[in-house]
Design a binder for this molecule. Structure first.
Ligand SMILES: Cc1cc2nc3c(=O)[nH]c(=O)nc-3n(C[C@H](O)[C@H](O)[C@H](O)COP(=O)(O)O)c2cc1C
Length: 195
C-alpha cells in the first residue's frame, strides 16, 4: 500500500514532517509512505483558474502534480500543525484544489487518516477536526481514530518521535488506515447485488 503524506508545515524539519516520518516507520509491513513535495508552490485557489468552472482547459502544473500524486496513492495521511484554531491556509488551499471537480475529484473515495500536533496540550485538535470536516465533504473516507499529539516538543528527540504513547497511537492509526483501504477495496470488488 502506498500512502501519500501531506505535511501541513512548510518549515524545515518541522514537527509535522517528523511525525509523518515516524508514521512511515510505524506502519504495518508492506506500507510505503512518501511525503508530498510541492505544497508551497500550489497557487491560491480561484474558480477563474479552475476548468471545473469557467477557468482554462487545464489546472496549473503544480495542482496537477498534487492531484496525480493523490490519485497514484492508495491512501492519504494528513499531518498538520494548528494555526489560530484551524489548519494552515496553504493546506486547506491544497485540499480545495484537490476537491474539484466535486464528487469526481482525486480525493473522492480515497481513504485518509489525520494527525495533528502542537506543543500545546490539545495537540491541534481544532485543525484536526477541521480537516476531517473538509475531507468528509469531499467524499474522502477517514479513519475514526482522532490523533492529536500534544506537547509534541517533549516527544521528539533528535528528529525522532520517542514518546511511547504517541508511538502506540500512531501505530494504531496507521493500522486502521491499512484496514480501511482493505475494506474499501473489498467493497469495490463485491459483485452487484442480484435483482
Ligand atoms: C500563525 C500561527 C498560529 C498558531 N496557532 C496555534 C493554535 O491555534 N493552536 C496551537 O496549538 N498551536 C498554534 N500554533 C503553534 C503551532 O501549531 C506549533 O508550533 C506547531 O507545532 C508547528 O508545527 P510544525 O513544526 O509542523 O511547523 C501556531 C503557530 C503559528 C505560526
Amino acid at each position: 500500500m502506498k500512502v501519500l503524506a501531506i505535511v501541513g508545515s512548510l518549515r524545515e524539519n518541522s514537527f509535522s514532517e517528523q511525525v509523518a516520518r515516524a508514521a512511515g516507520d510505524l506502519s504495518p509491513e508492506g506500507v510505503e509512505l512518501e511525503i508530498f513535495e510541492g505544497l508551497d508552490s500550489i497557487p491560491a485557489y480561484s474558480a477563474d483558474h479552475d476548468p471545473a468552472y469557467d477557468g482554462p482547459e487545464a489546472v496549473a502544473a503544480e495542482v496537477e502534480n498534487l492531484r496525480d500524486s493523490i490519485t497514484a496513492a492508495d491512501a492519504l495521511l494528513i499531518v498538520t500543525p494548528e494555526y489560530n484554531a484551524g489548519p494552515p491556509g496553504y493546506l486547506k488551499n491544497a485540499i480545495d484544489w484537490a476537491s474539484r471537480p466535486h464528487k469526481a475529484s482525486s480525493l473522492a473515495g480515497k481513504p485518509a487518516a489525520i494527525v495533528s500536533q502542537s506543543p500545546m496540550p490539545f495537540g491541534g485538535i481544532w485543525a484536526n477536526q477541521s480537516i476531517r470536516k473538509s475531507l468528509t465533504i469531499t467524499g474522502t473516507p477517514t479513519v475514526e481514530r482522532e490523533l492529536a499529539i500534544g506537547k509534541v516538543d517533549e516527544k521528539i528527540e533528535d528528529g525522532r518521535l520517542v514518546e511511547d504513547q504517541a508511538r502506540t497511537d500512531l501505530t494504531a492509526l496507521m493500522a486502521e488506515l491499512n484496514e480501511l483501504v482493505a475494506v474499501i477495496a473489498g467493497q469495490q470488488a463485491e459483485p452487484a447485488a442480484m435483482a
